[in-house]
Every structure is written in structure tokens, then in C-alpha cells.
Ligand binder design. Structure first.
Ligand SMILES: [Zn+2]
Length: 302
């Protein structure tokens, strides 16, 4: 499979979840093998942060990357949209401290990328091929990868809340499945934690417009949930975004139980530090292509 970038430059403006500040985002095509590069623009100056696992500096409520004094929050949903649509290379200009939250999902980013268009490049996609089972646990959950010739995520969450409880889903890498079944799933939180987050100076831009919020018994958003299992779908979205920081297509099956940004990042750091668990292939053994992709039966709830 060939690498892909955008066809043309496109930009939009949105509000940051944590800062509440309005931010302009401009996404540009780049050459092959560049990966995702953020450029933080302040007046005439720009500071660059390459979107890589090792540049993650904070995982409290969102994924934050930094290079020197430059710092950028909430990169995960935009990166999930790029990865989910098979875009390997892009330069992302940001005029503000964080990527806008939009509606708390990746749907707006997908529409924006689709409007800019996607084109193939003349170089095969870089692949990270899982060679053996690799697992990391923390107090709340675990993540495991095992060899497979496609990327997939099997995710389960458990919350002691009557509208969430236990949810499981299997996502198999496919542009259409990503657009229809994962991208629209919004981030979620609980009324009981909102005040604490506000006191901590977080979620200044947070509202029912950009998150699913639950009280003790139900979802308080006037329009309710987009999917009965929207929460676990959003966890898959976060995994796709956080795992895009390996700068390669992952050939392997991810199994995750109650994942979060912190576990996602620690898992990737441990995996990349163990070369017996994977190999990198620069040239592709393409079994599907963008135009002749597998039919849509890539979803199952369990
Ligand atoms: Zn998220």
C-alpha cells in the first residue's frame, strides 16, 4: 500500500476544550515519510513538534506533546481522523494552545480532511509488524497486541454506571468503518467530575456541545447518545489516535481493557523499546488498496 497525504491545504477554526480559546488549524500536504508534524504558529514565528510517541509529555484527560518550550494539547482526535482515513503525512499548523475539540468526536475532522481530498504518494507505507504477543497492565486495565496481517482493535470498558456498564467492540481497519462507526463517537464524562476539572483549570471550553455527560443514572445531553455503546467506540477512537504516534501502519491485533491516554502511551513506549516484539517494514506487501478495499462487514458487537 502506498503512503497518502492531502490533496490540498485546508483550514478551520474551533474552540479548545481545556483552554476555551479559539484556534485556527491549517492542514497541508507534505512529501512521503514525513509523518504528522505540528507547527505552532505565533505571529511570524513557528515552532515544530513531530507527532511521535516519545514526544508525549502529559496524558491527563488528553494527549499532550511537546518539543522544547512548545506544547500542544488534545492531538488525539485529529490524529485519529488522519490515521483512520489512511493519511500518513501531513503538516498541521495550529494558532493556539490546543487542537479544537469540535463536538468531542472526530467527525468534523473527517469532514474537513475529506473536503481537502486524499491522494496517494509514490512510496510504500511504513509498517510496524507485530511478531509476538506483547502486553502491559496497569491498575485499571491492560493493552495487548498479537500478530495479525491487519490492524484491529478489540476494546472493552467497564463503568459502574447504569447506561455504560460493560461494553465491547471490535474495529477492523477500514476507511468506511472508521467514518461511520468510530469517528462520530464523542468523548464522555460525568457531572460528578466536571466541577473538579473546572477547579483544576481544565475544560474551560467544555459543554454539552462537545462531550457526552452522564449524571448518576443517565445521559444529560438533550439529544442523547449517538450509539448505545458510544463510550467504547470513543475509546477505540482514542486508541487509533494515540497509536498513530508510532508513525507506521500497525499490522497486529490490539486488545484493550479500559484503556486511557496514559496506558496507551506507556504501552507504546514499552513496545517500541522491545525489538523482539515487532519489526519495521519500509516496503509494503499490500493486500488491500484504497480503491479496492474489503467490503464493509468489519463490525461486530460482542
Ligand atoms: Zn478522546
Amino acid at each position: 500500500m502506498l503512503q497518502r497525504t492531502l490533496k490540498r491545504t485546508a483550514s478551520f477554526v474551533g474552540v479548545g476544550l481545556h483552554s476555551g480559546l479559539s484556534t485556527r488549524v491549517t492542514v497541508k500536504p507534505t512529501g512521503p515519510d514525513q509523518g504528522y508534524v505540528f507547527r505552532l504558529i505565533e505571529g511570524d514565528a513557528a515552532r515544530e513538534i513531530v507527532a511521535r510517541v516519545e514526544n508525549v509529555v502529559d496524558t491527563q484527560r488528553c494527549t499532550t506533546i511537546a518539543a522544547g518550550a512548545a506544547r500542544l494539547h488534545t492531538i488525539e482526535h485529529l490524529l485519529a481522523a488522519l490515521r483512520g482515513l489512511g493519511v500518513d503525512n501531513a503538516e498541521i499548523g495550529i494558532e493556539g494552545p490546543e487542537v479544537p475539540i469540535l463536538d468531542g468526536s472526530a467527525r468534523g475532522f473527517v469532514e474537513f480532511i475529506a473536503a481537502a481530498g486524499v491522494q496517494e504518494q509514490d512510496r510504500p507505507r511504513r509498517r510496524l509488524v507485530i511478531e509476538r504477543r506483547f502486553r502491559l497492565e496497569d491498575d485499571s486495565g491492560y493493552i495487548e497486541v498479537s500478530p495479525d496481517d491487519h490492524f484491529s482493535v478489540e476494546c472493552t470498558i467497564e463503568f459502574a454506571h447504569p447506561q455504560i456498564q460493560r461494553q465491547s467492540i471490535i474495529y477492523r481497519d477500514d476507511d468506511a468503518a472508521f467514518v461511520d462507526e468510530i469517528a462520530p463517537a464523542r468523548t464522555f464524562g460525568f457531572v460528578s467530575e466536571l466541577e473538579k476539572l473546572r477547579e483544576a483549570g481544565l475544560i474551560r471550553g467544555g459543554s454539552l456541545e462537545n462531550a457526552v455527560v452522564f449524571d448518576e443514572t443517565s445521559c444529560v445531553n438533550p439529544d442523547g447518545l449517538r450509539f448505545p455503546d458510544e463510550c467504547v467506540r470513543h475509546k477505540v477512537l482514542d486508541v487509533i489516535g494515540d497509536f498513530s504516534l508510532v508513525n507506521a501502519q500497525i499490522d497486529g491485533k490490539v486488545t484493550a481493557f479500559c484503556p486511557g491516554h496514559s496506558l496507551n502511551n506507556r504501552f507504546l513506549r514499552c513496545l517500541l523499546a522491545d525489538p523482539s516484539a515487532y519489526r519495521i517494514e519500509e516496503s509494503g506487501d499490500s493486500r488491500r488498496s484504497f480503491r479496492a478495499r474489503a467490503p464493509r462487514k468489519s463490525w461486530s458487537n460482542s
